[in-house]
Design a protein around this ligand. Structure first.
Ligand SMILES: *[C@@H]1O[C@H](CO)[C@@H](O)[C@H](O)[C@H]1NC(C)=O
Ligand SMILES: *[C@@H]1O[C@H](CO)[C@@H](O)[C@H](O)[C@H]1NC(C)=O
Ligand SMILES: *[C@@H]1O[C@H](CO)[C@@H](O)[C@H](O)[C@H]1NC(C)=O
Length: 259
């Protein structure tokens, strides 16, 4: 009766115990970890290792974008990198941008706060990006849940980009793959929404009017500089509940082996 569960437990825990060094006490194993401070993450390399090779290459080719991305790593950053497939179909538009426009577009794909997927889901709303530079260059995006799916909207498109997968997640850096390139309203004109009501004899709204309407509809107050700081607190609180659990498992494994 007892034997099978014990054997199963041993099978499960033995590799863990071996990894922890067998006879090493949990305290000794813990003391080893902080010895070498980890080198700062190479964020383009992390993107490229996921499904974002093309996006990483664009960042690497834009000195402004690269230095801003890399210096954001220390303070915490969440990047949304479009997949290679998405970047490929966007290249004709990308090539049309100036060097500044390219840098802004790339920096538009990251917010200066670390969000685990869970904290991202609970922090919906308008967010500033690495491209945000004062009121004139607002470059904000809107994070929104659709069911269990995290989506990102801009004022340019009525559709939303979807977070497809986690490419990298280790506080203070998270990278998520997106199925679409995000288009900031600062660089692209809003696409005309398919008209739901009969508009046959209604005069078309000018682009300017449409843009103002979009702005008036923008959800949430947010937007002021106080918000990211608040969110940072939240994200810390929500982040990485896994670590203590692993430590506990290792302790149990050693106890089982010694018994
Ligand atoms: C980051 O990785 C890329 C290759 O993925 C490499 O070309 C670049 O030199 C690296 N940057 C740093 C600062 O190590
Ligand atoms: C790029 O710019 C050219 C010239 O302004 C224009 O004709 C073309 O439609 C643009 N292409 C895209 C994909 O925006
Ligand atoms: C987002 O950016 C748009 C366009 O620049 C701006 O009009 C709007 O006020 C911004 N919204 C927030 C909440 O910052």
């Amino acid at each position: 009766m007892h034997r099978f569960p014990l054997a199963a437990a041993l099978l499960f825990f033995l590799p863990l115990a071996a990894a922890a060094g067998g006879k090493a006490s949990p305290a000794a194993a813990k003391a080893k970890a902080p010895a070498a401070p980890p080198a700062p993450l190479n964020i383009t390399a992390a993107m490229a290792k996921g499904s974002c090779k093309a996006f990483a290459a664009l960042v690497a080719a834009s000195p402004d974008a690269l230095s801003t991305f890399q210096s954001a790593v220390d303070g915490g950053v969440t990047a949304f990198c479009p997949t290679d497939f998405a970047v490929k179909s966007f290249m004709p538009s990308y090539k049309n941008l100036t060097a500044d426009g390219k840098a802004s577009l790339l920096l538009f794909h990251a917010v200066p706060v670390y969000y685990s997927l869970r904290s991202l889901k609970s922090n919906n709303g308008v967010m500033n990006t690495l491209a945000t530079d004062g009121a004139a260059n607002n470059y904000n995006l809107t994070v929104q849940n659709e069911g269990d799916q995290v989506t990102i909207k801009t004022e340019v498109s009525d559709g939303a980009a979807r977070v497809k997968s986690t490419v990298y997640d280790k506080d203070p850096v998270a990278i998520y793959a997106l199925d679409t390139v995000l288009e900031p309203v600062e660089l692209f004109d809003p696409v005309e929404a398919p008209a739901p009501a009969p508009v046959a004899d209604a005069p078309k709204a000018s682009k300017r009017e449409r843009r103002q309407r979009h702005v008036a509809d923008a959800p949430g107050p947010a937007g002021d500089d106080a918000r990211p700081a608040d969110q940072r607190k939240n994200s810390k609180k929500n982040a990485a509940p896994g670590a203590p659990c692993l430590r506990w498992l290792a302790a149990v494994a050693i106890a089982v082996v010694l018994a």
